[in-house]
Every structure is written in C-alpha cells, then in structure tokens.
Ligand binder design. Structure first.
Ligand code: AMP
Length: 283
C-alpha cells in the first residue's frame, strides 16, 4: 500500500493507473476507521482494480465550537486496517495542503445543505461538498463510496455530482450497526458506558417509526410522537431533530406516501449522534 501525503502525488499516482487502464474506486473518510468504513472499502475492492482511501479530518466541515481538535486520529491503526483491506493508496494530506489559507473557492449545494444537520451546523455541508469535490477532482475515481449512515451527506454529494457533471458514480452503502442497532460512528468513542447502552434507543425509535408507518392508516405526526417518546427515555437527551422526510428533497413529508426516510439527530451530553432508516409505507 502506498502512503500518499500530497495532492500532487495523489493525482500522479492515479494518472499512472489510468494510463494502464485500471478502474479506480475511492472511499473518503475522516479516519478512526471502523466496520462501517470497511464496508465501503471492501465494496470498492470488489468493484474496482485500484482502491484509494483518504483519511482527512476536514477542518472546513467543523464549526468553531465543534470537536475538530478532539476528533480521534488513530492513524497507525487506520493504516494497518487499510493494509489488511488491500487498499492500494492511502491518501493522508495535511490540512495546509488540502485547504490552504488562501483558498477562497467553495461549493454550496443550495436547498439541501441548510436543512436537518445544516440547521445546527451552519456551513457544515459547504465544507463537506468543497473538500469532497477537491478529492474527486484529484483522484478522478470511476466510483466513490458513501455511507447511508450520513444520509443527508450522500444526497448532497449525489446532487453535486449530477449538477456539476462529475464523471463518477456515487455508490450508496448501507449503514453498518452494532449488535444492539447503534449505527457505527467514530464519535461513539465519546460515549460513556452508560450513554453507550442508552444510545440503542435512537435506533429503536427509528424502527418503531418504520413499523408504525407500515400499518394502514398511520399518520406522520402520530408516528413522530411515538418515536420521540422512545428517544426521550434516554437521560438528559436533547433531540435536535426527528423527522420523516422525502428521500430526494429532504423536505418534511406531509403524508406517508412515496420514498421517505425517518431521520434523527440527538445530543447525548457533548456527543451528537445521527441515524436514519427508510420507511416502507402502506398508503
Ligand atoms: P466519516 O469518517 O465519518 O466522515 O465517514 C466516512 C464515510 O463512511 C462516509 O461516507 C460515511 O457515511 C461512512 N460511514 C460512517 N459510518 C458508517 C456506518 N456505520 N455504516 C456505513 N457507512 C458509514
């Protein structure tokens, strides 16, 4: 596995592969890799001849009072996991190289970025989209892999790729969960053992919503009330949002019809957890 540290070397590495006719799969990450990330990497490994993983804690996507500095960075462990997963190139640029101070160009996916997580984290998706676009531009992958765990993110990246005619297939990968249903996340490491065992209630609330939505005659508000009651069992929890939204526009669903998603963001102490699942409606 090649460890690549500069944007220039990354571009050259991929160009050399492309001259030989290899297809390239790419999984962007912020590191602290877990089985969720590995599911993306394994899929890329199956579907492409060369695989690039980036580990970059993107400063542009963190607000001034967020966890940029304390975000976990177990790089040797990440490198080992990538080696074991037969990654061809691990791209780990410095923040200075990736987003130099003089950089003033950004990309905003309007209409989607302000909703849901964008409400509590203004500027977050502008930071995500800008850096993902830079990475896609450097690496020029045939396919790029994103987890449905970050549902709004994958919707925004798909919109950006379509709007800007990017020649990349955005591949959605299902959420990988712990045994009790908690979605794997690098931020789960922040939870105390007590919080960790309560955190399963977030997924249980989503599953309850899914079950209620599948019943004839169910209504959006009734389902959300029931789901919120489940989350409210977590001591000192703060619900940022728990909504049923249309899967493409992320706008609130007025009725249980079409392609819908139940999405949640909750604060447990200093830790913000997000999760979502698809709804199968009967109506
Ligand atoms: P992150 O390192 O948190 O920025 O995540 C990098 C990529 O891994 C994103 O596309 C995430 O959606 C994806 N990812 C994170 N957690 C999971 C999970 N539990 N299951 C599937 N994909 C995930």
């Amino acid at each position: 596995m090649r460890l690549v540290r500069t944007p220039g070397e990354m571009a050259e590495t991929v160009q050399a592969w492309k001259r030989k006719g290899f297809t390239v799969g790419f999984a962007p990450t912020m590191g602290a890799l877990h089985a969720g990330h590995l599911s993306l990497i394994r899929r890329a490994r199956r579907e492409s001849e060369r695989v690039v993983v980036s580990v970059f804690v993107n400063p542009l996507q963190f607000g001034p009072h967020e966890d940029y500095l304390r975000y976990p960075r177990p790089f040797y462990q990440d490198r080992h996991l990538c080696e074991t997963a037969h990654v061809d190139a691990l791209f780990r640029p410095s923040p200075e190289a990736m987003v130099p101070e003089e950089c003033v160009t950004s990309v905003t996916v309007e209409g989607l970025s302000e909703l849901l997580c964008g409400g509590a984290r203004p500027g977050h998706f502008k930071g995500v989209a800008t850096v993902v676009l830079k990475l896609l531009h450097l690496i020029q992958p045939d396919r790029a892999y994103f987890g449905e765990k970050d549902f709004q993110q994958v919707v925004i990246i798909e919109r950006m790729a379509a709007d800007l005619n990017l020649q990349v297939e955005i591949v959605r990968c299902p959420t990988v969960r712990e045994r009790d249903g908690l979605a794997l996340s690098s931020r789960n490491a922040y939870l105390s053992p007590g919080q960790r065992s309560q955190a399963r209630l977030v997924y249980q609330a989503l599953r309850l919503a899914e079950e209620l939505a599948s019943r004839k005659g169910a209504g959006v508000e009734g389902i959300l009330r029931a789901a919120r009651r489940v989350v409210a069992k977590i001591p000192k929890v703060r619900i940022d949002y728990l909504r049923i939204v249309q899967a493409h526009t992320l706008q609130d669903a007025q009725a249980l019809r079409g392609e819908l998603r139940v999405v949640a963001a909750v604060w447990m102490g200093q830790t913000r957890l997000i999760d979502n699942i698809a709804l199968k409606c009967k109506n």
